[in-house]
Design a protein around this ligand. Sequence first.
Ligand SMILES: Nc1nc2c(ncn2[C@@H]2O[C@H](COP(=O)(O)OP(=O)(O)OP(=O)(O)O)[C@@H](O)[C@H]2O)c(=O)[nH]1
Ligand SMILES: [Mg+2]
Length: 294
Amino acid sequence: MEDFQALQDFEKLNINWFPGHMRKALRGVGDQIKRVDVVIELRDARLPITSQNPDLQNLLNNKPSLILFNKSGLADSSQIKKWESKFKNESTKPFVFVDVKKRKGLSQIIPISIRLVQSRWENLKRRGIRPPVLRLMVIGIPNVGKSSLINALARRGATQTGPKPGVTRHPEWIVLGQNAELLDTPGILWPKIQNTIDGLNLTLIGSIRDEIVGAESLSNYLIQIGKIRFPEKFSERYSIKGYESQSSQEILHQIAKKRGFFRTGGHADIQRVSEMLLCDFREGLFGPINLDQL
Ligand SMILES: Nc1nc2c(ncn2[C@@H]2O[C@H](COP(=O)(O)OP(=O)(O)OP(=O)(O)O)[C@@H](O)[C@H]2O)c(=O)[nH]1
Ligand SMILES: [Mg+2]
């Protein structure tokens, strides 16, 4: 009953984050897109549809582009298979499920990009013009690993990365050997996220600042997902009996007690427990999980 109430409370949340730097970055992407050969659109493999920015999509038009679903190591492999066959049937664009941290799928990126510009370059060659340096732009919502991907391809810490959204604030060109250049761009969301569950899922993967939802509300939502998707892993990790039958608040208090998370006055430190749960989820400690499910 209480959890049902909690779900209703989520509906009242207004989960939007579209600060000035994103508006500016969106204009920047619109300007730069004419100057690049291929756009690499990064999404999160756990949210293959929801982590697509419709406003960025509108800027692409007919520009050759490649979709990368990153952090696939954190996603459920049977779900990945289903998404792969769906996209194979429906998408005209090339796509790859990758994991930058594990360097999975990275070797395909440059060859696919070259294939996408091949016919245009052949045309140039026929007219006696030497093909230019391959220019790639990496776009996507915050925290999906755009800068990490660029560093992995460049094999150096060329651009700043971090576990919070909004690390990259300005576009930056990174030279990738003699034949390619990559443009890192700030993560961009859209002004109005219509569906509250989409907003919660985007916050869970770290694309929206935790403060917008609040760590406690977000961990309440995580506990409710856990009851359906990973009840055993959750109960085991925090030694909770009867996890499914307890309210989120009871569970948070129980974990606080077990871990000794108290504030002065002996009250349970719910903020600290909530932050720990979110951290554990983001590190994949409840196992591979898909939030957009087929
Ligand atoms: N588990 C996992 N973590 C990853 C992967 N790729 C990137 N990360 C982590 O995700 C976080 C965000 O990475 P960034 O490269 O800063 O993301 P970004 O898209 O550039 O973020 P903004 O600049 O804020 O838009 C960092 O903590 C990375 O270490 C991956 O394949 N797997
Ligand atoms: Mg970045």
